[in-house]
Design a protein around this ligand. Sequence first.
Ligand code: IFM
Length: 434
Amino acid sequence: MTTDPMPRFPAGFLWGVSTSAHQIEGAAEKRERSVWDAFTDRPGRVADGSTAAVACDHYHRYREDVALLAGLGVDAYRFSVSWPRVNSPGGLDFYDRLVDEVCTAGVRPVPTLFHWDLPVTLDWRIRDTAFRFAEYAARVADRLGDRVPSWITLNEPAEHTLLGHALGVHAPGEELLFDALPVAHHQLLAHGLAVRALRAAGARDIGIANSHTPVRAASDAPADREAADFYDLLLNRLFADPLLTGRYPRGVAELMPGDVAADLAVIAEPLDFYGVNYYAPTSVGAPTDAPSDAGGVPVPAGLPFSVRQIEGYPVTDFGWPVVPGGLAEVVTGLRDSYGDRLPPVLITENGCSYPGLDDQDRIAFLDAHLRALHGAVAGGVDVRGYFVWSLLDNFEWAAGYARRFGLVHVDFATLTRTPKASYHWFRELLKAQR
Ligand code: IFM
């Protein structure tokens, strides 16, 4: 890691950390069940057999967690609102208290309205879910809108579609493969309807958090390049194109349910910012006879692509390659592809899983990604903020508690929070950026 000082980001750059409700809140008995509760009840679905029933117990310890945010000196806190909790008595009261606490700490609350914990009674395969989501967004905005300046509708609809509905390794555990495409469309429609509902409730700063992975063809062979282009379409363009251009990539609209032309006008409601979650690039080649592995996710044979190992980079303890330049590549690529249609970008997630309190590897990861991002900003890409994933070690979905992304260590037996070396490093970085 270089010892040169971190270059300065532009004045007003928003520094933050991210979390999500299901991964940290616990207090499952005080809310409706979500698809994730049902999924974790199925034996063998979560690596360590754990559930998020208690998680970090943030529901009861949010004051301690907000004090950690304040101590870090961040400008903004991205958290998510649990739809099943809002459906339950007293649920909105919790977010009321949380938002008050965050504001009192001088931190800007940035809620995400959907981070994968769909009420178990709902189903994204059904179009009506999009309309229910807009109603829910309006309820939350009605209650919190007087203190919340910025809103995020959905987190990573690509992963929720692919992992949850196409491959079945996340909740709700459907293995629909390409029949999962309506799930993507209904989430995008939900996003557009929610943007309208939030604006009608007076919200002025609205975006989405989309995951992006630069896709690298395994070789120059035409079959590898074709497979990589298709993967790029599925993971990146399927979600960015309709939002930013009002069109699906060629060939996709025909696969969506019904006539989607009118829906696309809703989906393309102008955004105030575009959130990017970046973790790693993906190497993709032509289909193989055997299943492949995408960062721990088994990709079955029989699809029109296979996922390959990226060689030549260190890996996190999840096995994900550490490629800081990929972050610059994503934001530069978005600017080049979408031009003026791309609103200002916020990096809504970036981080890594490593064990230990003296997490020098996490410091090196964040340092290198920020330097790469700075290069893109200096090159003219309009990036306005950066959020580390995550404030706390938490329930890492199908990996359970074994993968630790936090700046703050959580002992899941005692729920004691201990800031890691990366927490102190990030605090000093923020001080130097002021
Ligand atoms: O923990 C997740 C988060 O919920 C969504 N983005 C990726 C993170 C790390 O896997």
